[in-house]
Design a binder for this molecule. Structure first.
Ligand code: NAD
Ligand code: MG
Length: 392
């Protein structure tokens, strides 16, 4: 029996994970569920999955959850705050951690899981984008196992040999090709992009996801973060990572080998596929996703991304080339700008211009001394972004 902690259980990935777990009660038990708020949803999840612990963001949310659980007669222990998140991610009672908190808030608990040598199913790409080498070192030093949930990275993982271990040269890997749907604004006239509303930006053509990643998909910052994620996960140089726009989202990514072979992973766009893959790895279990009918896919298209339409993608490439704290600054500025866009305080095109200006303004350190040092850059970038926004 694999015992699981889900960080971010009430989100889109959290719900899909529970959906897969519910199909295999003989294999998986839930140790802990966490959420920032949404206590009603979390209470219903506790009633169904009986975790030992549930963690929320604040004392008020904890009191509300406690009350709901008492009414339902559910005996889950309730805790709150960052330390509690780190505790349930590293507890000896859990084997596997689904890291599905959105944004930088997931970094410390996910790192705690790595330091405790857990099997980590990584959806929270921002954590790896921010901490890069530091995170990978913690995984290696503590014998943790890192399995990607992001559909592209999970696809690449499936297209690589078992003995790969971040060594492209030894396995004849020429490059990895990340597919991107291009989001809702692939063909919209660029001159009208500043008029888009949050509702239009989060209406993704192929995937149903949380609001932040949906906006990231519309700016293609999501793909930029994924380029950085691929660099760390697979040990590939930046010039070995290619982004290909593929609006149908059927090929989830590819690996190109030196002999000219290209291996791809295909499937319907359903996050339960990578989740089931990573949960059961190296075995296979049913995910609930519908089977792919290739006869209905006569027209698969591929094109190069346009950096003028999607400047965030270019900013991300530049940030990972700069290295050090730059990706953490990029990520923090993006999180603040996306939230401001969702709150209707800035226009859509302000997201990329703000990130560009914050990157110009903050001098990043090239060597990261540790997690606290990284978080200082995160805080400084957030403050700088907020200061720029407040002038509008
Ligand atoms: P979501 O917004 O639907 O859910 C986020 C979860 O994190 C919620 O449970 C929320 O309560 C929790 N959370 C939010 N802020 C928090 C905080 N400050 N402290 C603690 N918990 C907090 O997001 P999602 O779409 O499920 O995405 C989660 C992560 O997975 C993101 O990093 C995203 O990039 C990645 N991801 C998502 C998808 C997808 O299809 N949704 C695909 C690939 C990768
Ligand atoms: Mg993805």
């Amino acid at each position: 029996m694999q015992r699981i902690t889900i960080l971010g259980a009430t989100g889109s990935i959290g719900a899909s994970t529970l959906d897969v777990l519910a199909r295999h009660p003989d294999r998986y038990a839930v140790y802990a569920l966490t959420a920032q708020d949404k206590v009603e949803v979390l209470a219903a999840q506790c009633e169904k999955f009986h975790p030992q612990v549930a963690v929320v963001g604040t004392a008020e949310a904890a009191a509300a959850l406690q009350g709901l659980l008492r009414q339902k007669g559910v005996k889950t222990e309730v805790a709150y705050g960052k330390d509690a998140l780190c505790r349930v991610a590293s507890a000896p009672e859990c084997d596997t951690v689904m890291a599905a908190i959105v944004g930088a808030a997931g970094l410390e608990p996910t790192l705690a899981a790595a330091r405790a040598g857990k099997k980590i199913l990584l959806a929270n790409k921002e954590a790896l984008v921010m901490s890069g080498q530091l995170f990978m070192d913690a995984v290696t030093a503590n014998g943790a196992m890192l399995l990607p949930i992001d559909s592209e990275h999970n696809a690449i993982f499936q297209c690589l040999p078992d003995a790969y271990h971040r060594s492209p040269g030894q396995h004849g890997v020429a490059k990895v090709m990340l597919t991107a749907s291009g989001g809702p604004f692939l063909t919209r006239p660029t001159a009208t992009l500043d008029l888009v509303t949050p509702e239009e930006a989060i209406a993704h053509p192929k995937w149903v996801m949380g609001r932040k990643i949906s906006v990231d998909s519309a700016t293609m910052m999501n793909k930029g973060l994924e380029v950085i994620e691929a660099h760390w996960l697979f040990g590939v140089a930046i010039n070995q990572i290619e982004v290909v726009i593929h609006p149908q989202s059927i090929i989830h990514s590819m690996v190109s080998y030196v002999d000219g072979s290209v291996i791809a992973q295909l499937g319907n766009p359903d996050m339960r596929i990578p989740i089931a893959h990573a949960l059961a790895y190296p075995e296979r279990i049913a995910s609930g996703a519908s089977p792919l009918d290739l006869t209905r896919m006569s027209n698969l298209q591929f094109e190069k991304p346009d950096f003028l339409r999607f400047p965030c993608l270019k900013l991300a490439y530049e940030a990972v080339k700069a290295g050090g704290a730059t990706p953490a600054i990029l990520n923090a500025a993006n999180e603040v700008a996306v939230q401001a866009f969702l709150d209707r305080r800035i226009g859509f095109r302000m997201i990329d211009s703000l990130i560009g200006r914050v990157l110009d303004r903050i001098a990043p350190d090239n060597i990261i001394a540790g997690i606290e040092h990284l978080l200082e850059h995160d805080r400084a970038a957030r403050e700088a972004t907020r200061a720029l926004i407040s002038r509008y």
